[in-house]
Design a binder for this molecule. Sequence first.
Ligand SMILES: [Zn+2]
Length: 201
Amino acid sequence: MASEAVVKRTLQSIANMFNKGSWWVNDSLKMWMIQLNYIDDRDLIIGTKNCLRKAKKLPTVANLIDIIDADPRTTSNEPTVFDACPACYGSGCREMARWYSMKGVLRVSFGLAACDCPKGTRLSMGAFQDWRSVRDSWMNDQYTEQVFYSTAQQPHLTTDQTITPEQLEQRAQRARAMLERTGSRSGWHTVKDSTPSRLTE
Ligand SMILES: [Zn+2]
């Protein structure tokens, strides 16, 4: 994890190069600290030097991370580390399902949350919430009946963990209705229809 001192030094050297005041350093510090939290000081220093050599305009923290990732001299973020996470299969996301009752009806909500591996950590800075905080908030909810989530033993949730029996039945009914509407007329339907007429002949 990058230390505050080194992140601050990074920001200061970028600020010097692009004529940004100390307000910019202070404003950016917290967000950069969070986003750089899985990069160590050594890699950050290598990446910053590299970034300053290349940058033609003010780099964002994402630009800097890309440069660190691409640099073979850095170690904190090798792609193999991403692939090694068995809980999210290297996607950075864990599947999550919450079973809860609402007005006496059992429902399921299903979604994705950021894993706690390096890839997931990066995702959690954007659109995805951390899976542990999702799990905890669900478990603390009085209407929650059960919570399922990806683990190293089971990286993908099964259908019966993510869909209620009622929804499964509705889905099957819809499929049947569709089949009847679009009609494979050669099925039992035709036989059944034609049976009475044959009988009255
Ligand atoms: Zn993961």
